[in-house]
Design a protein around this ligand. Structure first.
Ligand code: GLN
Length: 262
């Protein structure tokens, strides 16, 4: 009994020490190094945003454009990439708590966020569009949303824009999939979301009963977010991104998910 107790105390101490060491490492504002000297880049992403980040059933690895890009960036920098699935509205708090080193999650660079995080150079041009039921006659444009209900993903630029619209009832849900479900079930009349994600949903998943409208509400650039002041890592990521553009690897990853650039 006594021996077991000693073991338990020793285990608890070892845990405390390793947890403490973990804190020390991440509070240095650098991507952390593991004991084997392999540098680890801790990445947060909300794995609900195909074709940027998603997980098909039966797949063990997270897939998508962002996933390929951050793995290529990590490789270029000599870092092992570890990806954690964190809900979109929890990503910036996780970065601020230093649980992760970077966010790649189809995250739009904007002034609000820049108050709390640094961004890499832009890596993808996006923007917001709308999906409605395919028998919908009366919503042709964003201005037709007055008096209607709209679903958006919580914490996103879509949520922010929808809330600015006069006379629109906004439902904030956890994922785009929840938003599309709500639309199909008749709980809302439209979903506002990022154009490439809407297009992928309609075309690639063969979604029925819904259609994406052409009109663009905004033009937005995606960036990789880092903790405020982490300019060393920001520079390394920008250098790696530039290298991937120069050597054609960015274009290859782009073509894999979106086809050849127009
Ligand atoms: N681009 C949008 C934003 O940054 C949506 C991102 C997302 O849902 N993953 O708010």
């Amino acid at each position: 009994m006594k021996f077991k107790k000693i073991l338990a105390v020793a285990a608890a101490m070892a845990f405390a020490v390793s947890a403490f060491a973990g804190c020390g490492g991440s509070s240095s504002n650098q991507a952390s190094s593991s004991s084997s000297e392999q540098k680890v880049l801790k990445v947060g992403s909300s794995i609900d945003f195909a074709p940027f980040e998603f997980q098909d059933e039966g797949q063990t690895e997270y897939q998508g454009f962002d996933m390929d890009l951050i793995r290529a960036i990590g490789k270029e920098m000599g870092y092992e990439v570890e990806i954690q699935n964190i809900g979109f509205d929890g990503l910036i708090p996780a970065l601020q708590a230093k649980n992760i080193d970077v966010i790649i999650s189809g995250m739009t660079i904007n002034d609000d966020r820049k108050q709390n995080v640094e961004f890499s150079d832009p890596y993808y041009q996006s923007g917001l569009t709308m999906v409605v039921r395919d028998n919908e006659q009366n919503i042709q444009s964003f201005k037709d949303l007055k008096g209607r209900k709209v679903a958006v993903q919580i914490g996103t630029t879509s949520a922010e824009k929808a809330k600015e619209m006069e006379g629109v009832e906004v439902k904030e849900l956890n994922t785009p999939a929840d938003c599309f479900m709500e639309l199909k079930n008749g709980g809302v009349d439209a979903v506002i979301n990022d154009r490439p994600v809407n297009d992928y949903y309609i075309v690639k998943t063969g979604a029925t009963g819904v259609k994406a409208l052409e009109e663009k509400l905004t033009a937005e650039d995606y960036g990789i977010a880092l903790a405020k002041g982490n300019t060393d890592l920001q520079q390394k990521i920008n250098d790696a991104l530039k290298k991937l553009h120069d050597d054609g690897e960015y274009d290859q990853i782009y073509a894999k998910w979106f086809g050849e650039k127009k």
